[in-house]
Design a protein around this ligand. Structure first.
Ligand SMILES: Cc1cc2nc3c(=O)[nH]c(=O)nc-3n(C[C@H](O)[C@H](O)[C@H](O)COP(=O)(O)OP(=O)(O)OC[C@H]3O[C@@H](n4cnc5c(N)ncnc54)[C@H](O)[C@@H]3O)c2cc1C
Length: 376
C-alpha cells in the first residue's frame, strides 16, 4: 500500500491539534485520529489559565518552555481567528497568586523576587493594596504576587481552532477512530492500526494525553504517564465579582471568563480514569472558594465538569522521538499546563519532524528516555 499521509497524529486534544496545525501549515499531509470527538477530554475541561509564573517556581527548560509558549498567545489568537473565524477569547487582565497565611506570604515574596528577573512588572501587593484592586477578596488574605501580564483563554475553543486551522491547511480529521496498534516496517514505524484499517504514513505522533502510556507499551516504552482527575464548577454573578484571575496554592483558583462566567477549580484525584463529578469534590471546592471570595455564595450557579490531566513521573511532559523506533514521536504528559504549552509544543514537534529544529538541546530535558530522578 502506498503512503497516504506524511504524519498520523493520535489524539485530537489541544496538543495533537496544535501539532497538526503547525505540520499542515508547513506543507505536510496530516491526519488526526481521535477515538471520540475533538477536544472531548482534558482540553475542554481546563480552566484555560496561561499561568507560567504561578505554576512553575524554578528556572529550567520547563519554565523556559512555559514562558515562551505564554508569550505566543497574542499571535496565536490572531492567527487562529484569521484561519478559522474562532475567537479563542484571550483575556490578558493579570493574575493574583494569593497568600492566605503569613508563612505563605513569606514564600511568595521570595517568588516575586525570582519572577521579577523575567518580568519586572511582577510585584507584591499587601492586603490593603489587594482590597483596593479586588474588593471582593476576603480581607483575611495577607497579600499576593501580582502578575499583570498573565492571561487565559477558552480552552475548548483553542483546541477546536487548532484543529480547524489544521484542516484549513489540508489536514484530515477522523473522529470516532481509535488507534489500537502501530505498523512496523524495516525497523521503523510505518503507520497505525485502527479497529477498522491500517493507515500508512512516514511519521506518527502519539498525543493522546493521559492515555499515551498504554498504546506505547507494545513498542517496549514504559512511560510514566498517569491520570489525575480535576473537578470544577462555575458561577455567573449578576455583576463581576473579580477582574483578575485569583490563584491559591490551596488547590483553588477563580478565572473570570469573557462571558461573565467564573470558572472555579480544581480538585486533584490521582490514578483514576473515572471522569465523574462527585458531591464531595465540589463541596470541598465550594468551601475553599467561599473563604477566598465570600460573595461567591450569592452568585448564580452555572455548571460542573471534570477532566483527566496527564501527569508524568517527574512532572514535565514527554516530547521527543522514540529511542528505538524511528518515525515514532510522543508529545504527552502536559499535566496542568497543556493549554499554556500547546502553541510552542506544536511548533517544536513540527520542527522536530521536519528536521528543522534549531536548538535540539532545548528538547533534551523532555526526551522519552530521560532519567526519572532528574529535576527540572
Ligand atoms: C480541571 C482541569 C483544569 C485544567 N486547567 C488548566 C489550565 O488552566 N491551564 C492549562 O494550561 N492547562 C490546564 N489543564 C491541563 C490541560 O487541560 C491538559 O494538559 C491538556 O488539555 C492536555 O492536552 P492533550 O491533548 O495532551 O490531552 P487530551 O485533551 O486529554 O486529549 C487526548 C485525546 O486523545 C484521545 N485518545 C486517547 N487514546 C486514543 C487512541 N488510542 N486513539 C485515538 N485517540 C485517542 C482522547 O480521546 C483525547 O481526545 C487542566 C486540566 C484539567 C482536567
Amino acid at each position: 500500500m502506498g503512503k497516504v499521509f506524511d504524519v498520523a497524529i493520535v489524539g485530537g486534544g489541544v496538543i495533537g491539534s496544535s501539532i497538526a496545525y503547525q505540520l499542515a501549515k508547513s506543507g505536510k499531509k496530516v491526519v488526526i485520529l481521535e477515538k471520540s470527538s475533538l477536544a472531548c477530554q482534558a482540553s475542554s475541561a481546563a480552566a484555560g489559565m496561561l499561568a507560567a509564573q504561578a505554576e512553575i517556581e524554578q528556572d529550567g527548560p520547563f519554565f523556559q518552555l512555559a514562558l515562551k509558549s505564554q508569550s505566543m498567545f497574542p499571535l496565536i489568537a490572531s492567527e487562529l481567528l484569521e484561519y478559522t473565524g474562532i475567537d479563542i477569547e484571550f483575556v490578558n487582565k493579570g493574575m493574583l497568586k494569593i497568600a492566605e497565611t503569613e508563612e505563605m506570604a513569606a514564600a511568595l515574596k521570595k517568588q516575586v523576587a525570582f519572577q521579577r528577573s523575567w518580568d519586572s512588572s511582577i510585584q507584591w501587593l499587601d492586603s490593603k493594596e489587594l482590597q483596593h484592586m479586588e474588593s471582593n477578596l476576603a480581607p483575611t488574605i495577607v497579600g499576593a504576587m501580582y502578575l499583570p501580564n498573565d492571561g487565559h483563554v477558552q480552552p475548548a475553543k483553542l483546541s477546536l481552532a487548532f484543529a480547524k486551522a489544521a484542516a484549513h491547511f489540508g489536514a484530515e480529521i477522523r473522529e470516532n477512530t481509535e488507534v489500537v496498534s502501530f505498523v512496523y516496517e524495516n525497523g521503523r514505524i510505518a503507520g497505525v492500526k485502527t479497529s477498522e484499517e491500517e493507515i500508512h504514513c512516514e511519521q506518527v505522533v502519539v498525543a493522546s494525553g493521559a492515555w499515551a502510556a498504554k498504546i506505547l507499551r507494545e513498542t517496549g516504552m514504559d512511560l510514566t504517564i498517569y491520570p489525575v482527575k480535576g473537578e470544577c464548577f462555575s458561577v455567573k454573578p449578576e455583576k463581576p465579582l473579580i477582574n483578575t484571575t485569583i490563584f491559591s496554592d490551596k488547590r483553588c483558583y477563580f478565572v473570570p471568563k469573557r462571558n461573565g462566567e467564573v470558572y472555579i477549580g480544581a480538585t486533584v484525584v490521582e490514578n483514576t480514569f473515572e471522569n465523574n463529578v462527585t458531591a464531595g469534590g465540589i463541596a470541598t471546592l465550594i468551601e475553599r472558594a467561599m473563604k477566598i471570595v465570600p460573595q461567591i455564595t450569592n452568585a448564580k450557579w452555572e455548571r460542573v465538569w471534570s477532566g483527566i490531566r496527564p501527569q508524568t513521573g517527574d512532572g514535565i511532559p514527554y516530547i521527543g522521538e522514540h529511542p528505538v523506533w524511528s518515525g515514532l514521536f510522543v508529545a504527552a504528559g502536559h499535566f496542568r499546563n497543556g493549554i499554556l504549552l500547546s502553541p510552542l509544543t506544536g511548533i517544536v514537534v513540527a520542527q522536530l519532524l521536519n528536521g528543522s529544529l534549531q536548538d535540539n538541546q532545548f528538547l533534551t530535558a523532555f526526551r522519552l528516555d530521560r532519567k526519572r530522578e532528574m529535576v527540572y
